[in-house]
Design a binder for this molecule. Structure first.
Ligand code: AMP
Length: 414
């Protein structure tokens, strides 16, 4: 356990308050290492995946510095630019900025493809503090005179390897060429292929390097099985499983907050004591729920991925993935809740046909197939249609049909 406190890292009081509001107690390793270096002004090469807390590692020092130094720049300008490969990631980063910057008076604008340009152009008109953007749309707006990076002193390139995979590296180079040479630059990447290393060499100036190994949870000690099951039948199967006496302390994971509430409601109707923990709950409510779970007052905790980070409860006997996560790394985080402190554990995953791409992505990450515990004879297409009618849109994976091979499925939804 990391004993370092956020308050020791040199961040301003407003940020510390926001972290307390968010329920963060201790910095993750990348945060503990990166924040002091970034506050000092170093460039940084961060080799870290999603799930390590890298977003806060770069957002917190950025917000700190922007809040300490004067006001905004000129029209169409931004003081800081964060480039990310996908809309999902841009939205996620923007949300983090909002969360961590809630007690500061900083502005942000979001620029991404696939949505109307007009509001984005308007948002940039007066200039902004932080611009979060995908490369293609930003380059377009720069060319047409709607965005100006000549006063941008901070540049953060997130998930550079994915930018490369998606063919954005040339756009990134063109964008970087528009920034002043005198700036602080950070580049994050989960992997370091040659092209990305080359880009890092070009854009970073004498960088510090931080490498965070992928979470090594003792997945071997966890008994992992899959139940192929249609979404409509999941609730009944969950109730059946929970009836077994060995299910003493169970965490059920859903992808969305809405899904978590729905599961709790139905379990309560079936007489199972359960409570949900997710981002819409107040900090107080989350703490109470965790306490109830810890003390055994409730047997089942229903959680979304984000809310579950930092849950540190021993003796969780079972983790049930009611819905598979759309980021394979989250699967490892989730099941890791059941094998803490040297204990072994059991993880059961429900997989609807629409979630099969997520299962494949998980198996690729684990480098093995999961054992099939139970299966329904299910046909892909008809069930997908049925699910659209009967089940909530929001608990459905995003367009899995279009993505034939989701190497690293995108955004977490909760
Ligand atoms: P990231 O790797 O930036 O995608 O962050 C992974 C998740 O961990 C995000 O959902 C954050 O809200 C959460 N998180 C980041 N830092 C902390 C922390 N120090 N304590 C608890 N949760 C955190």
């Amino acid at each position: 356990m990391n004993e370092l406190k956020f308050s020791k890292l040199g961040l301003t009081g407003q940020l510390l308050r926001a972290l307390t509001d968010a329920g963060y107690e201790t910095p993750t390793p990348i945060q503990a290492e990166a924040i002091p270096l970034l506050l000092k002004g170093s460039d940084l090469l961060g080799i870290a995946q999603t799930g390590t807390g890298k977003t806060a590692a770069f957002t917190l020092p950025l917000l700190h510095k922007l809040s300490q130094r004067g006001r905004r720049t000129g029209p169409r300008c931004a003081r800081a630019l964060i480039l990310a490969p996908t809309r999902e990631l841009v939205i996620q980063i923007s949300k983090s900025i909002k969360t961590y910057g809630r007690h500061l008076k900083l502005e942000q604008a979001v620029i991404m493809g696939g949505v109307s340009q007009r509001p984005q152009i308007n948002a940039l008109k007066r200039g902004t503090d932080i611009l979060v953007a995908t490369p293609g749309r930003l380059l377009d707006l720069i060319k047409r005179g709607h965005a100006d990076l000549s006063q941008t002193d901070y540049l953060i390139l997130d998930e550079a390897d994915r930018m490369f995979d998606m063919g954005f590296i040339r756009d990134v180079r063109r964008i970087v060429a528009d920034l002043p040479a005198e700036r602080q630059t950070l580049l994050f990447s989960a992997t370091m292929p040659k092209e990305v290393a080359k880009l890092a060499g070009e854009v970073l100036n004498n960088p510090e390097r931080i490498e965070i190994a992928a979470k090594s949870v003792a997945v071997d000690r966890i008994d992992q099985t899959v139940h192929y099951i249609a979404a409509a039948n999941k609730q009944a199967r969950l109730a059946e499983l929970l009836a077994a006496p060995e299910m003493e302390r169970v965490i059920v994971f859903t992808r969305t907050k809405y899904g978590a509430d729905k599961v709790v409601k139905k379990l309560s109707r079936d007489g199972v004591s359960a409570e949900a923990i997710h981002g819409n709950k107040t900090q107080g409510a989350r703490q109470r729920t965790l306490e109830n779970f810890r003390s055994g007052r409730i047997r089942v905790l229903v959680a979304t991925d984000i809310a579950s980070r930092g849950i540190d409860i021993d003796e969780v006997t079972h983790v049930i993935n009611y819905e598979l996560p759309n980021e394979p790394e989250s699967y490892v985080h989730r099941i890791g809740r059941t094998a803490r402190a040297g204990a072994s554990g059991t993880a059961i995953s429900f997989c609807d046909p629409a979630e099969q791409p997520y299962l494949r992505a998980i198996e690729r990450l684990l480098k093995r197939s999961l054992t099939i515990a139970a299966g329904e004879p299910i046909a892909l297409t008809p069930l997908l249609k049925k699910q659209k009618k009967g089940d909530s849109n929001r608990s459905k994976p995003r367009s899995p049909k279009r993505r034939r091979r989701p190497r690293r499925p995108l955004q977490r939804a909760a």
